[in-house]
Ligand binder design. Structure first.
Ligand code: PHE
Length: 355
């Protein structure tokens, strides 16, 4: 007679030792498959005496049950081991600190331009634009700067060669030509600002051959110098963040405005340090004036019906003053060290790694 206990122990040890799902499956076929050892023992039951058959049948049944159970258990444990190994190998370590990546900076000029635009936007201005390459008419003549006018020399203009019509285009020397373009296109009342590139042949610590201005133009039907003053005083105080900033209007001359005024803000320059809003010195930051009736006429507007005011400022200049940048030339050098020093973070949070 078979030693069932021995058989059972042998099989259970093999199950225990199986170390892959494949091995375990092979073992199952060997024992419980069609030609498996237990299956063939079961098959032999028919040839036994009825009493013996019952006895051996019971033993074999419980043996089979036992083996099936331990195969199932072993299978679950092998599957679990396999899964854990897989999870471990494929795990992502999200606890790593961020790499010290460089965060881009906002150029002080872009920052300044955004600030200027948003202040005027709150006063109801919209943004207008015009071409960098201008005709002599828009850059000078329509602005009441005829040929031979001394202002033409002061502008250090970059001229193009004559075109086929004998016309010499210019790189616009100011954003004022967009005043004309706007009045030709839009009907009053209107309020626009014109931020943009301008060009003059000049290069030193405070002048660059390419620079930026922001023009402003307001046309209505009952506008006077006090509107100009109120608008620009508000702008200066908001822009420089000084509520009681002294603002002075100094008589000046521009061919396209009459009367004209240069706008200065109060400051002090004690021991080389510039403090805006304190002291008894003045800094010029804007040109302005009431639009010259001749300019209105050049744009087809009747000066008896419409008046307005205009102003223009150098954006690099106000950026340098507001942010304490002493030299204009590096503005356009794309030097990352300069950008890291003077640039602005695009996000408010300071907790992010500052590379
Ligand atoms: N266009 C003038 C300049 O470039 C500035 C200005 C604009 C003055 C509008 C008065 C009115 O200096």
């Amino acid at each position: 007679m078979q030693d069932y206990d021995k058989l059972k122990n042998e099989v259970l040890i093999k199950i225990k030792e199986a170390n892959s799902l494949d091995d375990l499956e092979n073992l199952r076929v060997q024992v419980l498959g069609k030609k498996g050892s237990i299956t063939s023992l079961m098959k032999q039951l028919g040839s036994l005496e009825p009493d013996k058959r019952r006895e051996v049948g019971q033993i074999l049944n419980s043996l089979q049950k036992n083996i099936i159970e331990s195969i199932d258990n072993k299978k679950s444990s092998l599957e679990e081991t396999y899964l854990n190994k897989k999870l471990k190998n494929e795990a992502l370590d999200i606890t790593l600190p961020t790499r010290p990546e460089n965060i881009g900076r906002i150029h002080p000029l872009s920052k300044t331009m955004d600030e200027v635009i948003s202040i005027f936007a709150q006063m109801g201005f919209t943004v207008a634009e015009g071409p960098d390459i201008e005709s002599d008419f828009y850059n000078f003549t329509a602005l009441n700067i005829p040929q031979e006018h001394p202002a033409r020399q002061e502008h250090d203009t970059f001229y193009f060669n004559e075109d086929e019509n004998g016309e010499r285009k210019v790189l616009r020397t100011h954003t004022s030509p967009v005043q004309i373009r706007t009045m030709e296109k839009l009907k009053p009342p209107l309020r626009v600002i014109v931020p943009g590139r301008t060009y003059r042949s000049d290069h030193d610590a405070t002048h660059s051959p390419m620079f930026h201005q922001c023009e402003g133009l307001v046309i209505g039907d009952k506008l006077n110098m006090s509107h100009l003053k109120g608008c620009l005083i508000d702008f200066c105080r908001i822009f420089f963040g000084v509520d009681d900033l002294p603002v002075r209007f100094r008589p000046s001359y521009f061919p396209f405005t009459e009367p004209s005024a240069e706008v200065d803000i109060g400051c002090s320059r004690k021991s080389g340090e510039l403090i805006i809003g304190e002291g008894d010195e003045w800094l010029e930051i804007l040109g302005s004036g009431m639009v010259n009736p001749r300019v209105l006429q050049n744009c087809g507007l009747d000066p008896n019906e419409h008046q307005g005011f205009a102003f223009g400022m150098g954006l690099e200049r106000v950026a340098m003053l507001k942010y304490g940048i002493p030299d204009l030339r590096p503005f356009f050098d794309s030097d990352l060290r300069w950008m890291k020093h003077y640039g602005f973070f695009p996000f408010e949070q300071t907790s992010i790694h500052q590379g």
